[in-house]
Design a protein around this ligand. Structure first.
Ligand SMILES: NC(=O)c1ccc[n+]([C@@H]2O[C@H](COP(=O)([O-])OP(=O)(O)OC[C@H]3O[C@@H](n4cnc5c(N)ncnc54)[C@H](O)[C@@H]3O)[C@@H](O)[C@H]2O)c1
Length: 260
């Protein structure tokens, strides 16, 4: 018996890394999992290992995403948990070296994929009477990341999108949050970077640590939060600073009088 008995989870980017670890944990806790990835061999193997189903899909393609959610509903009876996690990095720091193909390749999965996934999830969860959505942003969704500014911008998009959707989804019984991992030991960081981090003793998290943050988010009932995950720490909801409000009549101090 697990805390997710009777629940159905759809996980994108589930063939490896964080998505795979999360699929395994959700299944271990009793959920039936729909493993979604463009990697057919890897995704099929994960689904077989956890007794789930696999749907091959390109998360940057709206038809594929809708079809994956439809398969999940048809085969597993609905969608209670959607973990929108598929993503790539491009590592292009020099904006003059960014070609259009590379730009669109990352935007379509890291940005479009989250929008298409959230839309399909909300449609399915309305039919179910509620649910929990989590999207994988990144620490790069909160801080600057000069080695991959397009990746950073996409992850900031995920933060703003999720926080903005949360109030509209709350009355429907649907929560939506992000996980914002620091450096995690998966294929995306590459072997060379991992070796370099190991050499300087920089702590790199196992993917299972992010999986536990996702599990905590989908069972907590919170919404509109962005949970920072760092090595050796509990996940921490990021606190966004309030912005200065406008000044009201008579108290304006800007622009200076001599500039008016
Ligand atoms: N590993 C890190 O340090 C780190 C840190 C912060 C955020 N993230 C984010 O975590 C998420 C998962 O990445 P990971 O670290 O597990 O890397 P990963 O490369 O191990 O896994 C990514 C998965 O997404 C799949 N995928 C990529 N493009 C796809 C597409 N168009 N359609 C369907 N599937 C697609 C891949 O096949 C792969 O299985 C990504 O969104 C990534 O940006 C990773």
């Amino acid at each position: 018996m697990g805390d997710l008995d009777g629940k159905v989870a759809l996980v994108t980017g589930a063939a490896s890394g964080i998505g795979r670890a999360t699929s395994e944990l959700l299944a271990e806790r009793g959920a039936r999992v729909c493993v979604v990835d463009r990697d057919t061999a890897g995704g099929g193997a994960v689904a077989d290992a956890i007794g789930g189903i696999f749907v091959a899909a390109d998360c940057g393609d709206t038809t594929d995403v809708d079809a994956a959610f439809a398969r999940c509903e048809a085969d597993l009876g609905g969608v209670d948990i959607a973990y929108l996690n598929a993503g790539i990095a491009i590592g292009v720091a020099d904006i003059t070296a960014l070609d259009d193909e590379t730009y669109h390749r990352i935007q379509r999965v890291n940005v479009d994929g989250v929008v298409y996934g959230a839309r399909a999830a909300v449609r399915a969860m309305k039919r179910r009477g509620g649910g929990a959505i989590v999207a994988t942003s990144s620490l790069a969704g909160i801080i600057a990341f000069p080695t991959d500014p397009v990746y950073d911008g996409g992850k900031h998009f995920v933060v703003g999108f999720v926080r903005s959707l949360a109030p509209t989804l709350e009355p429907l019984g649907i929560t939506i949050n992000t996980v914002n991992p620091g450096i995690t030991d998966t294929n995306i960081i590459g072997r060379d970077a991992k070796d370099a981090l190991d050499r300087v003793g920089f702590p790199v998290m196992p993917a299972s640590q992010i999986a536990h943050a996702v599990l905590a988010l989908v069972t907590s009932g919170v919404t509109g939060q962005c949970w920072v995950c760092q090595a050796g720490r509990e996940p921490v909801p990021y606190t966004f600073r309030d912005v200065p409000g406008p000044r009201t009549g008579g108290t304006t101090s800007w622009p200076p009088e001599d500039a008016q």
